[in-house]
Design a protein around this ligand. Structure first.
Ligand code: GUN
Length: 238
């Protein structure tokens, strides 16, 4: 039970060229990075925020259970009227609100070809602009995969590219709560558009670091089979 896919399995030997990672980007990639004013992303690759919706909405994740985080227990040093009773006080602070959406450009390059496994609480709509790559999703928010050891989750992979007639995706949605990793397809696999995978992403509600986390190696090993772990471990942030 390797990664479910009609496409040949991922090579476990896809070795991101760590020697060349120290080299500068090519002139064409550097020009693209400069034109779009891209910065290094903590996941790998480069990004620039291109929109932050000025519409402000209540943070919807505070309502998700458990618990209802809109209310926090009374601090111990407060003048509570009923000692020993847990009262709840309305939560306050920056986390109460979100921008309705944010959008970014995101670029993977030959020198920074990996977006390491991470998840966001929000749902993200992706649109391909240029290039070809592969996405790997770990459905950590779903029930366990039947017939597997407890805790093993569904793993999904697909190619993003312009060849939609061959099943490549030019537009794709990743629901909140899923671990997502992505890598650039290089050389003959690049789709013939020159180097780099350039996409746009819109996340709803808007991006905040407090809604984002990386997959740890420990958690990764709990979520996937041993076979999948061998194949995908290089996509876990070190
Ligand atoms: N800042 C750091 N990472 C991100 C991201 O993925 N999206 C946005 N909008 N801002 C960020």
């Amino acid at each position: 039970s390797s990664i479910e896919s009609s496409i040949p399995p991922l090579t476990p030997h896809y070795a991101p060229d760590t020697s060349s990672a120290e080299q500068p980007e090519s002139p064409s990639t550097t020009s693209l990075i400069n034109s779009l004013n891209l910065q290094k992303h903590i996941e790998g690759g480069y990004f620039a925020e291109i929109d932050r919706n000025p519409l402000i909405i209540p943070n919807p994740f505070l309502l998700s259970s458990p618990p209802n985080q809109l209310w926090t227990p009374t601090p111990p040093d407060s003048d509570d009227i009923a000692p020993g009773r847990t009262t709840l006080v309305p939560r306050s602070g920056d986390d109460l609100m979100r921008n309705a959406s944010t959008s970014i450009f995101y670029l993977l390059t030959p020198r920074s070809p990996l977006g390491a496994f991470h998840r966001n609480k929000g749902r993200t709509v992706h649109t391909l602009i240029k290039g070809r790559g592969r996405y790997v999703l770990i459905h950590a928010d779903e029930m366990d995969v039947k017939g597997e050891v407890e805790g093993k989750k569904r793993v999904e992979t697909f190619v993003v590219g312009h060849n939609v007639e061959r099943g490549e995706r030019a537009c794709w949605v990743v629901e909140g709560g899923k671990y997502k990793g992505t890598f650039l397809m290089l050389g003959e696999k690049d789709g013939g558009e020159g180097e780099g995978l350039l996409i746009s992403e819109t996340v709803i509600p808007g991006f905040e670091y407090s809604d984002h986390d990386f997959l740890t190696l420990e958690r990764f090993r709990e979520l996937v089979t041993e076979e999948q772990a061998i194949e995908l471990e290089w996509m876990v942030r070190k």
